[in-house]
Design a protein around this ligand. Sequence first.
Ligand SMILES: *Cc1c(COP(=O)(O)O)cnc(C)c1O
Length: 485
Amino acid sequence: MNKKELLRGIPKIDDVLRQEPLVFVSEEKGQVAVTKAARSVIDEIRNEILALKAEETDKFDTGVFDLLALAEKTAARLEEDESNNLYPVINATGTILHTNLGRAPLCRDAVENVKAVACGYSNLEYNVSEGKRGSRHDIVNNLIAELTGAEDAMVVNNNAAATMIVLAALGAGKEIIVSRSELVEIGGAFRIPDIMEQSGAYLQEVGCSNKTKVSDYENAIMTREQAEEYDPDLDRRGMLRFETGALMKVHKSNYDIVGFTEEASLEDLVKLGKKHDLPVIFDMGNGLMLDMSEYGLNEPNVPASLATGIDVILFSGDKLLGGPQAGIICGKKKYIKAMKKHPLARAMRVDKMTFAALEATLKKYSDSKIAIRDIPILNMIASSESDMKAKAEVLARMIEAADSKLKTEIVPVEDQIGGGSAPMVRLPGFAVSVTDEKKSAQAIERMLRKNKIPVIARIHDDRLLLCVRTLLDEELVTVADAFNK
Ligand SMILES: *Cc1c(COP(=O)(O)O)cnc(C)c1O
């Protein structure tokens, strides 16, 4: 057959659409989607024919013109198109709060609660017992207060938003004093000096990169009278000064300063704040709620930070708290009240799904043992070496069973917290190293990434590593299956 004859042989779309497998599919997914898929299947065949060289046309398999085969191919294509742009992946990198992979996975009860609340209506802003309007702010306030010792709390979209609204509510038109060693960039263009500018507050930097003393903060404080009387002509740069609005400490989340260093503690700042009647703000970042030092994590935690007497603390919901993306602000009632009334509050408020996930996650913290058992990221941090070794051995056996040509080995690795938290912490863990005589580590990595549920692995020293700390037990089968090609 020549090319023209082949082209003429391509079935008509309508004939494909009339095939039985597509009749049901049309009812479910709609005629438009099915027609589009059938057209793409047929167009592909047409392009294939057009690309043939003259001497190849005789070898072309006209079996692909079979109507039933085309209909089945169309149905399969529709199935493929069903996949979303956002989908689950398996994290075998050993980095617990992997920013690129969605930070904290939620605990099961959080997911169940989201499902329960999202499917229908909820009492998001309705006081059921009194039969009148309620406030979404009341959903987790008492719970947060109970767990942390804060007087009041507020939840916004993320900690960047929390920083913004705290500064805008307490510092607009005023100076906020921050140490030069804490002017952090979190990533994604979140920089303390830039946020400060956006909020309307004026950054007053004090101290040096390595050393900032309490006296540096104290020397920078301006009362309203001092600011009003301040003569810019006396300032080398001719700058105005403004009344001090607050003292602020920012946690060095994603870096460390070592060597000849000094910083003011929260206690020092609280004392200074009291003396000058100024609020003390702590951008704590990671939201750790428990003392996890026995697991190698020496980070400040929320209740201990609040116990120093600071006025406002803010942190993320999806870092070491292990909940949904959110920014949680808590502390003294009068300051939280000012934020709730601020016009930005509406722009930054969170939806019912976030509240549902957050409440279920927070409830776990009423008992630290339950929190560590049920909140995935805490469980991963607390994983014992023997448990991880056993998990690695199970996975290695499953992988060898999936493809007997593969060689596996259990190797020690250093896992990380990630998510811009605790950058110096290395948690001793285990990985399954997989080698294939015929394939490079890169080729195996690519194959795993192309799996239906992508498995994201690490390559170290030219070896493919599957770090088991971040693998959930129920994911092991899928990981092993990814090798069965
Ligand atoms: C992570 C972090 C932020 C930003 O929090 P998001 O929830 O990512 O918006 C702000 N400040 C500090 C100190 C942080 O560690």
